[in-house]
Ligand binder design. Structure first.
Ligand SMILES: N[C@@H](CCC(=O)N[C@@H](CS)C(=O)NCC(=O)O)C(=O)O
Length: 200
């Protein structure tokens, strides 16, 4: 397996967490694949026309993206248990999508600041993205008391989203007014799979 990778991508981190949980982190070749819409990575584009990491190329040469497709593939291949059977699947997928939405909004804000020329920036649009993040965090705060000890794909995604907020939005203070979510994250952040994938 080959994984187009970036050390700081929270989407890649979800995949790496799944690989660690599967005990397969060593079975994958990590290929540096960072790029942006303005400066796409050639290697990543050769496997994923969207030019985004993560992209997993299986031993059979199948290129898989995006992160949710990859984690699902890893779960099916290695029996990690991230995606439950039956009706229990839907809340997990919904939470995974919610966390992904936090990441999508956060990444757009990061790109806006890094890539868009200052004179073209539109702050209400950025505020709209930040509002998405706050609303989603509010929902997660209401649910965090029921997260429990284990991991599923939704909780892996939430942990990676919160880790990304710590990395790129340290001033946001997402823990303020969200004690249940903060308490859950404090414990889960010490899980070996999260420690091993913590962005430098
Ligand atoms: N929905 C995708 C998002 C992946 C994504 O946006 N990755 C970023 C790095 S954090 C990227 O490669 N961006 C390059 C680009 O947008 O051109 C997934 O879940 O894998």
């Amino acid at each position: 397996m080959k994984l187009y990778h970036s050390d700081t991508s929270p989407y890649v981190r979800k995949v790496m967490v799944a690989l660690h949980l599967a005990g397969k982190a060593e079975a994958v070749d990590l290929v540096p694949g960072s790029g942006t819409p303005l400066d796409p990575n050639e290697g990543t584009c050769s496997a994923n026309p969207l030019g985004k990491v993560p992209c997993l190329v299986t031993d059979d040469g199948l290129a898989l993206f995006d992160s949710r497709v990859i984690t699902r593939h890893l779960d099916a291949t290695f029996g990690i248990g991230l995606y439950p059977e039956g009706d229990a699947l839907w809340p997990v997928l919904a939470r995974e999508a919610l966390a992904e939405g936090i990441l999508d909004a956060a990444l757009l804000v990061v790109y806006e600041a890094r890539l868009r020329p200052a004179e073209l920036r539109f702050s209400p649009w950025v505020q709209g993205q930040m509002s998405k993040i706050h609303r989603a965090l509010g929902v997660l705060e209401g649910e965090a008391g029921r997260f429990g000890e284990g991991f599923d794909a939704g909780l892996v995604a939430v942990a990676c989203a919160l880790g990304y907020l710590d990395l790129r939005f340290a001033d946001l203070g997402w823990r303020e007014g969200r004690p249940a979510l903060a308490g859950w994250y404090e414990g889960v952040a010490e899980h070996p799979a999260l420690v091993a994938t913590r962005p430098a």
